[in-house]
Design a protein. Sequence first.
Length: 233
Amino acid sequence: MKYSKDPKFIGKMFDEISPSYDKLNHLFSGMQDLRWRKLAIKHLQKSRNKYECILDLASGSGDLALEMMKLNPDKLYSVDLSEEMLKINKRKVNSDINIVLQANAEALPFQDNYFDLVGIGFGVRNFEYLDKCTKEIARVLKPGGKFLTIEMFKSSTNGFIQKSFNLYFRKALPKLGNLLSKSDYAYDYLFDSVNNFLSVKEYSKLLEESGLHIGYIKNNFIGIVHTVIGSKP
């Protein structure tokens, strides 16, 4: 099957795997995905910034949105392509300030300089035209606003640990993930999306070219999962 980052394909795929998405994410990461989100929000809490208006982009089932609630925003927008994931999001976050919205990251329905914080947890590698999306994010951020990314990037090293993980990630995880999610392709796409994505260095350069200053990069897991925080001057 040929995989695509077309928004219709991505939305349909996540609709299909939405019932098992959270359980499998936590299973395959050993619950570390929850920890990475918590640590990223704790880092943001250390600053004196006020995050009154927050956008969780590619929000999915809302795990990052749930952590973002700890920043005490007045409004939190959870935006995603998948209607079924947003239904789970709404139940999980369960707050009047959480506004769920189906929209494309390439053309965000918000005015310029609107958000104090934009966050994406494991979603940027699914964007079809990443440069357009990062420019849109820069557009909707207020001056001084932060952009948080937690993502699986293409590893720039090739040591024994990376090779072992890549073997598991390429062979075992797709078969098990497809079986448990009852999908014919979703976890093959997962490997493909990471294998063909940018390195964290390349991604950081793209953010800089979009007008964001990189202030924080944390290696969460063997040079593959990173937290990146940029800010708008």
